[in-house]
Write a protein that binds this ligand. Structure first.
Ligand code: SF4
Length: 206
C-alpha cells in the first residue's frame, strides 16, 4: 500500500474549509467557543462502530439513522419506495479498494466512467515525489488493480489462477478479491479503514 490520503485530502479538508467559510471564520481565523456547525452523517445500525465524533470543536456530528434505529435494509426499503432501489453504497470511482465486481460494474454500465478510471490508472503509474509513506519516490509503478496490470487489461472478469498462486490465496480469499471492500466510503467513515482485506490496495510493481 502506498501513501493514501484520499479521504483526508479530498473530502475532510474541503469540508472543513467550507464549514469555516459558512460559519464566517475562514482559516486561520480563530472560531469562538460555542460556534459550530451540525453535520448529519448517514451511518446505519449495521455499521454503528463507524460513527465517530468530529475531531474539531466547530463541527458536531449527528447520526440520524442511528437515532431512528435504521439499518441498511430500512434505508433500502425507504429508497425503494421512491423507485431508488438500486442506489449503490458511495465510493470514489477510482478507488483502489474496488474488487473485480465493482470494476466490472463500472466497465459494463458506464463507458465514460470506465474511460475516466482507465485514464486515472495510467496517470498514477509513476506516482509522484511524495509517493510512499516515507515520502520517497516510487521505485516501481503504481496500479489501481492488484494484479499490477493496467486497468484496461487487468483480469477483472475473474480472479486468475496466476493471481491466486502469486498471492497464495485460498478460494475464500480469492472471493474477497472479487467483491472488494463492500463498505461504502464517507468522509467520516472511510472504506480504507476496512482495509483488512487489502494490505496493498494500490498495487506496486518493483
Ligand atoms: S472511496 Fe476509496 S479512493 Fe475514495 S476516499 Fe474512500 S478509500 Fe479513498
Amino acid at each position: 500500500m502506498t501513501r493514501r490520503q484520499c479521504t483526508g485530502e479530498y473530502k475532510v479538508k474541503p469540508i472543513k474549509q467550507k464549514v469555516r467559510e459558512l460559519l464566517g471564520y475562514p482559516y486561520p481565523s480563530r472560531i469562538p467557543k460555542g460556534v459550530f456547525a451540525e453535520q448529519w452523517v448517514g451511518i446505519s445500525t449495521d455499521e454503528f462502530h463507524r460513527a465517530k465524533d468530529a475531531d474539531v470543536k466547530y463541527m458536531r456530528n449527528r447520526h440520524p439513522l442511528l437515532d431512528m434505529s435504521w439499518s441498511r435494509s430500512d434505508c433500502v426499503r425507504y429508497l425503494t419506495s421512491f423507485g431508488l432501489a438500486d442506489t449503490p453504497k458511495s465510493s470514489c470511482l477510482g478507488c483502489p479498494f474496488h474488487g473485480n465486481a465493482q470494476w466490472r460494474h463500472i466497465r459494463d454500465t458506464s463507458p465514460s466512467e470506465w474511460a475516466d478510471v482507465v485514464e486515472f490508472d495510467a496517470a498514477i503509474r509513476q506516482g509522484n515525489a511524495r509517493a510512499n509513506a516515507s515520502g520517497s519516490r516510487l521505485l516501481g509503478e503504481a496500479f489501481l488493480h492488484r494484479s499490477r496490470v493496467p486497468l484496461s487489461q487487468a483480469p477483472i472478469d475473474h480472479v486468475t489462477a496466476a493471481e491466486r498462486a502469486a498471492l497464495q490465496l485460498s478460494v475464500e480469499e480469492a472471493e474477497v478479491l472479487e467483491s472488494g471492500v463492500e463498505d461504502g466510503c464517507s468522509p467520516w467513515a472511510c472504506r480504507g479503514d476496512a482495509e483488512a482485506l487489502t494490505q496493498d490496495g494500490f498495487g506496486l510493481a518493483t
